[in-house]
Design a protein around this ligand. Structure first.
Ligand code: MN
Length: 193
């Protein structure tokens, strides 16, 4: 049985994300994906597979299972990427950022701009591919699992992630989260180089 993973209290990301947002986002959407996935895979070949394998093996063959498995993975990952007192990147991650973007501020600006180009529901990722950092936007439930791109960070761009707090101002949500709420230590710990 899969469960929705989130390890902090509802208020921890205020004022950037309200407890009402976290409550609905985690309690209704995220938990919903876990429950639906558990009932969809019961007595199928996906039962007992690790989540990443379910994503890879259901992609393009079993859309309902793929969507719920991917949304479960994406939300588990999203909450891990967020932290209130955002730490600046250091070590290898900072070296890569400086090499490719010139500075941390320029990197943040580019991530915010890139995420802002996403049309419709989806996710904006920071990935590592062949030793390089890249931004990647994916639609609906899609993610980089099973590709050469290795996820380091993600921002949820579905309306349910920001509408309670930011209404239609998605750009403000992206900017506030990327600037104030990313756990860069966690992202760095995922580097494969
Ligand atoms: Mn979401």
């Amino acid at each position: 049985m899969f469960s929705a993973q989130m390890e902090y209290s509802d208020q921890v990301l205020e004022p950037f994300l309200s407890s009402e947002t976290i409550n609905f986002h985690y309690g209704k959407h995220h938990v919903g994906y876990a429950n639906t996935l558990n009932s969809l895979i019961k007595e199928t070949e996906f039962h007992k597979l690790p989540l990443e394998q379910i994503i890879i093996q259901s992609r393009s063959k079993h859309p309902k299972i793929f969507n719920n498995a991917s949304q479960l993975f994406n939300h588990n990952f999203y909450w891990k990427c967020l932290k209130k007192a955002c730490n600046a990147p250091s070590g290898k991650l900072l070296s890569l950022i400086n090499k490719q973007f010139g500075s941390f501020d320029k990197f943040l600006e580019d991530y915010i701009t890139f995420a802002g180009t996403m049309f419709g529901s989806g996710w904006s990722w920071l990935v590592e591919e062949n030793g390089k950092l890249k931004f990647l936007n994916t639609s609906n439930a899609e993610n980089p699992i099973g590709s050469d791109a290795h996820a380091l960070c993600v921002i949820d761009l579905w309306e349910h992630a920001y509408y309670i707090d930011y209404r239609n101002n998605r750009a403000d949500y992206i900017s506030k989260i990327v600037t104030n709420c990313i756990n860069w230590n966690f992202c760095e710990s995922l580097l494969t180089i």
